[in-house]
Design a protein around this ligand. Structure first.
Ligand SMILES: Nc1ncnc2c1ncn2[C@@H]1O[C@H](COP(=O)(O)OP(=O)(O)O)[C@@H](O)[C@H]1O
Ligand SMILES: [Mg+2]
Length: 269
């Protein structure tokens, strides 16, 4: 069930950029897919010049039946190109209404499309608001990556949401410090852990703090579709940071080797 949910509480810390970046840098055997699951609507159609369909609406429709997860994903996926790499993406229409309608179809009881063990899914859950929206998806995730800038205001908002986040993701909860913060990870970890223990009376290991990500306009522009990737795009600081992050998270994201398609084709009916 390798599912990373990327979300945030305040600001625009770079969740969409990070979801796409993680998928673009993931090893080929992980067969990554980005799923736009932001209840306020997607950005990748516009940024990367993708088609309006198939989208998360098609994924939700396919997930409703008894369709195997792999086939349901195929029904919703199109390919973005970052550098020379094709990155499978399930886009979401702008606006959000269709995504909000699709989310329960993807996360309801018995739905397995987001929890296939054969591929790495990176879901961009956008800003966490009160109400159901993306929270059930967070519950399914192997890693809940909550992005925040290490600044007093953003961290205050994060602290307010921490009780809910720890409830949904204790032990799988990673605060990823975004670019442009002021404090180092150790200091943020100290403050948040103290809050978890003293105010919430929860396990100090409920939460991990990683980052900060580097400010890297070039890499962000490549992932935002504003800049064509140069040959060595993987060496850009932000891309290296994503590669390092994937290595750090790898123990939480076991990928079961998939059944080779030719094996299925050779199986007698
Ligand atoms: N590490 C970074 N360095 C510089 N700019 C970044 C970085 N990450 C994201 N950005 C830029 O910040 C803006 C918001 O990013 P986006 O991923 O859309 O945020 P969110 O999904 O959190 O709203 C975009 O213009 C993006 O290019
Ligand atoms: Mg976004």
């Amino acid at each position: 069930m390798p599912l990373i949910a990327v979300a945030y509480v305040k600001g625009r810390p770079g969740a969409t950029t990070t979801a796409l970046g993680l998928a673009a840098l993931a090893p080929a055997h992980a067969r990554p897919v980005v799923v736009e699951a932001d209840p306020s609507g997607g950005d990748l159609i516009r940024r990367l010049g993708l088609a309006a369909t198939p989208s998360v609406v098609d994924l939700a429709a396919a997930a409703r039946g008894t369709t195997p997860a792999e086939d349901a994903l195929a029904a919703g996926t199109q390919e973005a190109v970052i550098g020379q790499v094709g990155v499978p993406v399930v886009v979401a229409p702008a606006g959000g209404a269709q995504t909000r309608a699709a989310l329960p179809e993807l996360t309801g009881a018995g739905r397995a499309v987001l929890t296939t063990r054969e591929r790495l899914l990176v879901a961009d859950c956008g800003r966490l608001a009160p109400g159901p929206a993306a929270w059930p998806l967070l519950r399914l995730a192997d890693v809940v990556l909550v992005m925040a800038r290490a600044r007093t205001d953003d961290l205050a908002h994060l602290r307010e949401a921490l009780a809910d986040l720890v409830d949904v993701g204790a032990g799988r909860l990673v605060v990823l410090l975004a670019a442009g913060g002021l404090y180092p990870a150790a200091e943020v970890a100290d403050v948040l852990t103290r809050h978890v223990v003293k105010e919430l009376a929860r396990d100090p290991n409920a939460i991990d703090v990683l980052g900060p990500l580097p400010t890297d306009r070039k890499a962000a522009a490549v992932l935002g579709g504003d800049l064509l990737a140069a040959r060595r795009w993987r060496r850009l600081p932000l891309m290296r940071a994503y590669t390092g992050l994937l290595d750090t998270l790898a123990p939480h994201l076991p990928i079961t080797a998939s059944t080779p398609t030719d094996f299925r084709e050779e199986t007698p009916r």
